[in-house]
Design a protein. Structure first.
Ligand code: ADP
Ligand code: MG
Length: 313
């Protein structure tokens, strides 16, 4: 690959929540900084040949903020739009400073301008998701807390939890700013936690109590900015068939039509692998050239066409 040619190509890397907090960890800030080094050292090396956009999840961080809110009932209750904004600031800072340090480690100093953006994502006020909230967030609640919660609660595998709407992302408000920054050579961190959900009210945007799936928001952004390669990074090596059974096997390549059939057949559940598959399919249908789902240690391999699950037309 010649650096000259690839310098014009854009890569979007969507990091799952486990880039910050691995399964089984407490999630201390020291752990989160340490965890970021594995994916971001790869992104630093990739930035020599690619223009880069980074997006990220925020499940554990929003969960922590909601837990504090439950523990402190006399504090001012912050709506989700504010909590998502807070996590974009917190995680944006952590990613930016870690990536900056990783760039400095590169031979000949790989210094690049970096920026993390507070990002809004527009959703439809009439999205059917608002009528039937399904996305569990925050801590497990006691029966008593649930009864007086004042928001929808559902019994999940973990216990009683708050559920919120997860509407489809329509457009990223800052898409032009992001495209301009990327074209100017900035590495841009944006759309954290799927973006701050907003609806249009006349000429203004209004925050709503919802969370947007970060994989679907990343796919939307990838299309709106005209990204070439879209990589979704998670805590498994890619998409498996019969996941979690003795017959599970990693799929290396999956055509969109096969993927959709497996999605309908329940192989890729909503809220975890399902949206990753849908996001890759939407990106490719929108004209993107490559979409891959891979593990945290395999970002460079996935970009090089090795490892992970590539969704193809
Ligand atoms: P992220 O934070 O990266 O978005 P998710 O938890 O949303 O992570 O999605 C990744 C999880 O999806 C994996 O940890 C795995 O437990 C689950 N999963 C469900 N079905 C599958 C499947 N068919 N193949 C791979 N992983 C799957
Ligand atoms: Mg997820």
């Amino acid at each position: 690959m010649s650096a000259g040619r690839d310098a014009a190509r854009t890569l979007l890397v969507a990091l799952g929540g486990n880039a910050l907090v691995r399964k089984g960890q407490t999630g201390t800030i020291a752990e989160q900084f340490e965890n970021l080094r594995l994916p971001l050292s790869q992104v630093a090396r990739l930035s020599r040949d690619w223009r880069i956009i980074l997006t990220h999840g925020n499940g554990p961080q929003v969960g922590e903020l909601l837990l504090r809110q439950e523990c402190c009932p006399h504090s001012v209750r912050l709506p989700l739009e504010i909590l998502v904004a807070q996590t974009q600031g917190q995680i944006g800072y952590m990613m930016e400073s870690t990536l900056d340090a990783e760039l400095m480690q590169l031979e000949a100093g790989g210094q690049k301008p970096l920026v993390s953006l507070i990002s809004y994502v527009v959703v439809d006020a009439d999205d059917p998701a608002f009528a039937a909230p399904t996305k569990p967030i925050g801590p497990v609640l006691s029966e008593e807390q649930a009864a007086s919660a004042g928001y929808p609660v559902r019994r999940t595998a973990k216990g009683l939890r708050r559920v919120v709407a997860s509407p489809r992302p329509l457009t990223i408000v800052e898409k032009r700013e992001i495209a301009t920054l990327v074209a100017d050579g900035f590495i841009v961190i944006c759309c954290g936690g799927g973006g701050i959900p907003v609806v249009r009210e006349g000429r203004r945007f209004c925050g709503v109590d919802a969370v947007i799936d970060k994989d679907l928001a990343s796919a939307r952004l990838a299309q709106e900015v005209g990204v070439d390669v879209f990589v979704i990074v998670t805590d498994v090596a890619g998409a498996y068939l019969d996941y979690g059974t003795p017959a599970e096997r990693l799929v290396e390549r999956l055509r969109i039509d096969e993927a959709m059939e497996h999605l309908r057949g329940g192989q890729f559940p909503p809220g975890s692998m399902g949206p990753k598959i849908e996001a890759c399919a939407e990106f490719l249908r929108g004209g993107g050239s490559r979409a891959v789902i891979c593990g945290m240690d395999a970002i460079e391999d996935a970009v090089a066409g090795r490892g992970g699950t590539e969704i193809v037309r």
